[in-house]
Design a protein around this ligand. Structure first.
Ligand code: CP3
Length: 344
């Protein structure tokens, strides 16, 4: 079902159309820096918020109402995919994702299922329908999933980590097992993102948060081939953005795929990202999230510098990673307003 979107500047850029300023949204824009988010967080635990379509939809729309971003991103988590695959992640207060029994052996991998996503992740699809009702066509809705490599990192490690050594060790000692697991995650993710598109998301983003832990050669073995399967399948039905944190080294290869845009973090200068991608894809990013702690006047100056450094209308303004919980709402809004006031 096609819908009319009032503010479609994000979709225009993804379609390589002319715009008068960059579109802007922020990764993790529905988050702990918003008092309205904290009010809901006090009453319901994390996965209850994800699994209750009314709550997920309400949280998704908050930054559209409060900050005025040009897109909504569905409130959910990348870990709902492994949960649906029989990997029972919980979110531990003050600690993050947690798995009592991490996936480490052949038996563990064999027990991982490729589920029917229309059943196991129906609550996400319901949240998409409800969110679109609440948005009433104001801005597009972005769906998402984690990359297979990033999901493997959490499932093998069993928790967050600075460098995911256990996950890497698993891949380097049991490559066949790693590839079996990565393929199961990939198959589930493709079905899941297709279902999100059918339910009504306008764009999908794949988050490879831990790709930057790998060397280029290992990235080309354990991460990119699986993301590429997702991009190849999804790009025929929707716009696909890939955000691979710390993966400047893979940008050249990624740009050869049918992605609509590539996200970059703040450690990669815009002109380097342009060179690596032969200036042929839309780039998204790359404001240092901690830079939002600067005084508002400085944020305004830095935003202008960032937009100019990306030099071209094939650009989406965003942070280089998720917004931090300690950012004042006024600073987040100043970032968004600075982009919205810019003119090419
Ligand atoms: O961007 C958005 O606003 C949409 C919602 C969203 C969440 N998680 C909500 C969330 C998205 C896109 C994600 C993706 C996600 N989840 C990633 C990839 C992006 C990234 O940040 O690299 C990863 C690695 C996860 C896994 C995850 N979820 C971790 C490690 C944590 C704990 C860390 C933390 O910030 O507390 C989460 C929890 C989580 N997911 C929160 C939110 C708003 C915070 C939990 C809370 O409500 O307190």
């Amino acid at each position: 079902m096609s819908k009319t979107i009032q503010n479609d500047i994000l979709l225009k850029v993804l379609n390589n159309e002319t715009v008068s300023r960059p579109p802007v949204w922020m990764m993790r824009q529905a988050g702990r820096y918003l008092p309205e988010f904290m009010a809901i967080r006090e009453k319901y635990d994390f996965f209850t918020r994800c699994r209750t379509p009314e709550l997920a939809a309400e949280i998704t729309v908050q930054p559209v109402d409060i900050i005025g971003v040009d897109a909504a991103i569905l409130f959910s988590d990348i870990l709902v995919v492994p949960q649906a695959m029989n990997i029972p992640f919980v979110m531990k207060e003050n600690q993050g994702p947690w798995l009592d029994a991490p996936i480490r052996t052949q038996k563990d991998v064999e027990e991982v299922i490729v589920p029917n996503v229309h059943e196991t992740l129906k609550y996400v699809l319901d949240a998409i329908h409800l969110t679109n009702e609440k948005l009433a066509g104001r801005v597009p809705l972005i769906g998402f999933a984690g990359s297979p490599w990033t999901i493997l990192c959490y499932t093998v490690e069993g928790k967050g980590s600075k460098n995911f050594d256990i996950a890497k060790g698993f891949c380097f000692t049991n490559p066949d097992l790693a590839h079996t697991l990565l393929q199961k995650i990939t198959d589930t993710t493709i079905a899941y993102l297709k279902a999100q598109v059918e339910a009504g998301v306008d764009v999908v983003q794949v988050f490879d948060s831990w790709g930057g832990m790998l060397s280029f050669d290992d990235y080309m073995i354990f991460s990119w081939p699986y993301i590429k399967q997702i991009v190849d399948e999804l790009s025929t039905i929707t716009k696909v953005i890939v955000f691979a944190k710390g993966c400047w080294f893979a940008l050249h290869e990624m740009a050869k795929s049918p992605v609509s845009a590539l996200g970059i973090d703040w450690t990669c200068p815009p002109h380097v990202a342009r060179e690596l991608t032969d200036n042929k894809v839309v780039l998204q990013g790359n404001f240092d999230p901690a830079r939002l702690l600067s005084p508002i006047e400085e944020i305004q100056v830095e935003v202008e510098k960032m937009i100019q450094a990306f030099s071209g209308q094939n650009y989406i303004a965003n942070l280089g990673h998720g917004i931090l919980p300690n950012i004042p709402v006024s600073h987040a809004k100043a970032f968004v307003d600075a982009v919205k006031n810019y003119r090419y």
